[in-house]
Design a binder for this molecule. Structure first.
Ligand SMILES: Nc1ncnc2c1ncn2[C@@H]1O[C@H](COP(=O)(O)OP(=O)(O)OP(=O)(O)O)[C@@H](O)[C@H]1O
Ligand SMILES: [Mg+2]
Length: 246
């Protein structure tokens, strides 16, 4: 219990931290829900292992100190909103890209939540959205490939379009693992339209990838690539894989 209190993502925003708060602090419930379900964090679709991360508590913070200093400044702009995006990449896996992207989504959620309360507004239920590009692509295959039972195809298709709509319109979207491989034209078009909508409407996104940003020209067309690039901070995550390190 005590440990759970310490991991409250609001900890850095309250003078003296959240250690002395009631277990059922209303703000915590609004953000984290009850037992991990409900709340704005769950609505953002963050994978379970990445849910309570912030820039302050991220395990990647120390090894990626320069990147984190820049990201702290980026996060400062979240309370008032920003149209700036970030591209976190490394060729090597396990360098903390997804960890950091999840932390940024949480920073966005908390800051937007607090900003809405300060204005006397009800914070939106979907403040940010985390799209696992690979799983989303699997859903696509799960209703376009031949021979899939109708009920399964229908379920996959419903989920696919739901995720697509959230990723397209959320105030802040993480595209996790954008280094898409073996994409069909249909899937590529959908991904293109989601990113294009966001860029056109000045909605910020965080992308993670194992490819240098220049490779995106192969995924999107030259025009969209140019527009993504224009308003995007590119950040290289150095070092070898830290997966499994404690
Ligand atoms: N610098 C670090 N120090 C300690 N642990 C770390 C560090 N960076 C990442 N980790 C841990 O390693 C695991 C993998 O991190 P993460 O998923 O963020 O990597 P990634 O860069 O997204 O990898 P991939 O390219 O495979 O998607 C996580 O459990 C994370 O907590
Ligand atoms: Mg990753």
């Amino acid at each position: 219990m005590t440990q759970a209190k310490q991991t409250c993502i609001l900890d850095g925003f309250k003078r003296g931290g959240c250690g002395s708060c009631a277990q059922h602090c209303q703000h915590r419930v609004m953000l984290e829900g009850v037992n991990g379900s409900g709340g704005r964090i769950a609505a953002a679709n963050l994978p379970a292992n990445y849910r309570n991360l912030t820039l302050a508590n991220s395990p990647a913070r120390k090894d990626q100190a320069d990147n984190y200093a820049a990201l702290e400044r980026y996060a400062e702009s979240f309370a008032t909103g920003t149209d700036k995006s970030a591209y976190l990449w490394s060729e090597s896996p396990g360098t903390g890209k997804t960890t950091t992207a999840a932390a940024l989504a949480n920073e966005w959620i908390v800051r937007q939540y607090i900003a809405a309360l300060k204005k006397g507004e009800q914070p939106a239920q979907i403040l940010a959205y985390f799209l696992e590009v690979n799983s989303w692509q699997e859903l696509y295959t799960g209703f376009t490939r031949r021979g899939i039972p109708e009920a399964t195809a229908e379920k996959n298709s419903r989920l696919y379009y739901k995720q697509m709509e959230y990723a397209r319109t959320a105030p802040f979207t993480v595209f996790d693992d954008l280094g898409v491989r073996d994409v069909t034209d249909g899937f590529r078009q959908d991904l293109h339209s989601v990113v294009n909508y966001r860029v056109t409407n000045g909605l910020p996104s965080v992308y993670t990838s194992n490819l240098p940003i220049e490779e995106l020209v192969k995924v999107f067309d030259a025009r969209l690539y140019d527009r993504i690039r224009h308003n995007c901070g590119v950040m290289l995550f150095k070092g070898a894989s830290k997966r499994g390190r404690r």
